[in-house]
Design a binder for this molecule. Structure first.
Ligand code: 5AD
Length: 459
């Protein structure tokens, strides 16, 4: 019998990317070959996202696409959309199997038990799940920066957010397993590890006394050979002076914090059931900059939350400018069934959301450029990722700017590589494949879109 092939596609966040890498590894261990999602395979896995309705829609498109690529294949759907709306997913053409968040580790057995025409739904009430599910996520990662999941679940229940229903209660990974994970990634040559979670700042809260994020980080910092340690999203309330003091000790800690603000208006923050106001955030940002000069502070902002009037939006824009974020992720509010905000009065017209979103994206682009501009003519350590593929993802690099940026001035694609500084500025420079995954000193010569360009300094 010929080798079986499995193809995965992943939507959404870094946690999903980590979990997809783990699922691939589970299939590999059972003798499967992992192939491209667009090529013929025996099994297709769609790891879905449901944070907005766009996640649902894209998930459904990818499910249908898999069914068309090979109508004989087993099509399995997992991730947050599968967990929260399994019956809706089962109705999408071609679906054989829906795997909930509590059954990821059994995915290969589940796939192999499918007989075409008999759908399987392996989804349980995630609210009852109390254990962190160990998956073999460190053994393989296809990229230069490795993601490592240290925590699962969220109990914040912000008014707009469906994720607590998709991911369940707080579960922290055992510190010794996180340490092993980081060691194994370093042994495999990864220079940068990004710690991810659903409510990462709550790490340890479900464990006994003494397990917390700061202690975990302090132990990881001593792993020999770890060059960069980055934290993904942290809630404003979880960033403590102790954490900042530790990060201020320097490498391996990256001078970068992603702190989701969501709105820069106090009335909207309150309606969102966020647990801070703009004053709190202002003091926090000042504290970060005091202890970590040149830190990149990036954020998520939502526009068009129910009740957001022009005045609230204007306040928000002013606050975003005042905070000098180095990048914004802008989300248009999307009502999620089962969340309180979906029933709030004052739902905002989609056209207004669109206009506000564009305006904020432009503000974000300008802020990113002025942050980047402070690094002109400097020599910056950059972790070399991949050759720039102008076709594939150029929108991200120029941050959907209407002004276009000056990425076009770069030399021909194929020889230009991109990478990140520790404070999260994207840098473009000519390089060769042997640099991939290495840290290079790049002399910055100019701005490029929301990032920088330069050349490697050879020592
Ligand atoms: N609509 C739009 N954006 C949302 N987010 C979370 N829930 C929603 C929603 N219902 C955004 C938040 C969060 C990011 C991951 O997704 O900004 O930080």
């Amino acid at each position: 019998m010929s080798e079986k092939k499995v193809a995965l596609t992943t939507l959404g966040c870094k946690v999903n990317q980590y979990e997809s890498a783990a699922l691939e590894e589970l299939f590999r261990r059972r003798g499967y070959r992992v192939v491209d999602f667009d090529s013929p395979a025996d099994v297709y896995i769609i790891n879905t996202c449901t944070v907005t309705h766009l996640g649902d829609r894209k998930s459904r498109q990818l499910i249908r696409r898999a069914g068309r690529t090979n109508p004989e294949a087993v099509v399995a759907v997992t991730g947050c959309y599968a967990q929260t709306a399994p019956d809706e997913v089962l109705k999408v053409e071609g679906v054989d199997l829906v795997v909930g968040a509590g059954h990821r580790a059994d995915i290969v057995d589940l796939v192999e038990s499918v007989s075409k025409g008999n759908q399987i739904k392996a989804v349980e009430d995630i609210a009852r799940c109390r254990e962190f599910e160990e998956l073999p996520g460190e053994s393989h990662q296809g990229r230069v920066r490795a993601f490592l999941k240290i925590q699962e679940g969220c109990e914040n229940y912000c008014a707009y957010c469906i994720i607590p229903y998709a991911r369940g209660p707080l579960r922290s990974r055992a510190p010794e397993n996180v340490l092993d994970g980081v060691r194994s990634l370093v042994a495999r040559g990864f220079k940068e590890v990004v710690l991810t979670g659903i409510h990462t700042g709550a790490y340890g809260r479900d464990k006994h006394e003494g397990v917390n994020l700061v202690r975990l980080l302090a132990s990881l910092a001593n792993v020999p050979g770890l060059v960069r340690l980055r934290l993904s999203s942290l809630e404003p309330n979880d960033i403590t002076p102790e954490l900042l003091d530790l990060m201020a000790e320097g490498p391996p800690f990256c001078r970068h914090l992603h702190i989701p603000l969501q709105s820069g208006d106090d009335y909207i923050l309150k309606r969102m059931r966020r647990r801070y106001d703009t004053n709190f955030f202002r003091r926090l940002a000042a504290g970060v900059r005091d202890k970590l000069p040149e830190a990149g502070i990036t954020t998520d902002i939502m526009v068009g939350f129910p009740g957001e009037e022009d005045e609230h939006f204007r306040n928000g824009c002013a606050f975003v400018r005042e905070m000098r974020f180095s990048a914004l992720h802008v989300f248009k509010y999307s009502p999620r069934r089962g969340t309180p905000a979906a029933e709030f009065p004052g739902q905002v017209d989609p056209r207004v959301k669109e206009m506000r979103s564009r305006e904020l994206i432009n503000i974000g682009y300008a802020l990113a450029r002025s942050f980047a501009a402070r690094h002109l003519d400097k020599i910056l350590p950059v972790l070399v990722e991949q050759a720039v593929d102008v076709g594939e993802d150029s929108s991200r690099r120029v941050d959907q700017s209407s002004s276009g940026g000056d990425a076009a001035e770069l030399p021909a694609a194929g020889e230009v590589y991109e990478g990140l500084t520790d404070n999260y500025i994207r840098v473009f420079f000519p390089a060769r494949e042997k640099w991939r995954g290495q840290l290079a000193d790049v002399k910055v010569t100019a701005l490029s879109g929301a990032g920088l360009k330069g050349r490697i300094i050879y020592k």
